[in-house]
Structure formats: structure tokens, C-alpha cells
Design a protein. Structure first.
Length: 114
């Protein structure tokens, strides 16, 4: 049974930074491409960043140049460094594998507001 636990969210002013962490337990973590997703109120969940098992990353246009995804296969952790945050980044952020997502975790709330 895979369990996903996201953390690191909070309230930040526009232009600020946050680092999200995701602890993945109960899986052969290293073989999976992982992603960070977000869901804003009234909107569908969207994939904002992904990282292959080898460390190659891809980003959605809205976060490119501001967010950085990374992973630690030994610790089964995925991270999302978010810089230059904007109010439109406000959402609940989730991590999951890119193909055939596991059951979703509780997510972590990110609120960007002055």
C-alpha cells in the first residue's frame, strides 16, 4: 500500500518562496516518474512538474523558470522548490507518480496573498 504525505505548504506573500516535500512509502519508488500536481478551487487538478527516474524534469508553462522539482531515491522523497510565487499559484499541491497515479494523499495548501 503506497502512502503519499505532502508537507511544506503555507501562506506566503507574492514573490516569496516555499519548498514542498513528499514522502512516498510502500513502493518501488526509484522506478517511477513522479510529479507535483495542484488543484485550485473550482478547477481541475493539473500536473505542474514531473521528474523521471533518472532526474530529467519537465514543467508546465505557468511555472517554468520559477519552480524546480527534485527527488532523492534513497529517501523516497520528492521536492518542489517554488520561487517568485504568484497569487495564481494558490492551490492544494499533491505529489503522485505520473503514470497510473496511486491513491492521492491529503495534499498541502499553498496560499499566495499579500
Amino acid at each position: 500500500q503506497v502512502q503519499l504525505v505532502e508537507s511544506g505548504g503555507g501562506l506566503v506573500q507574492p514573490g516569496g518562496s516555499l519548498r514542498l516535500s513528499c514522502d512516498v512509502s510502500g513502493s518501488i519508488f526509484s522506478i517511477n516518474a513522479m510529479g507535483w500536481y495542484r488543484q485550485a478551487p473550482g478547477k481541475e487538478r493539473e500536473l505542474v512538474a514531473s521528474i523521471s527516474r533518472g532526474g530529467s524534469s519537465n514543467y508546465g508553462d505557468s511555472v517554468k523558470g520559477r519552480f524546480t522539482i527534485s527527488r532523492d531515491n534513497a529517501k523516497k522523497m520528492v521536492y518542489l522548490q517554488m520561487n517568485s510565487l504568484k497569487p495564481e499559484d494558490t492551490a492544494v499541491y499533491y505529489c503522485n507518480r505520473v503514470s497510473l497515479p496511486w491513491a492521492w494523499g491529503q495534499g498541502t495548501q499553498v496560499t499566495v496573498s499579500s
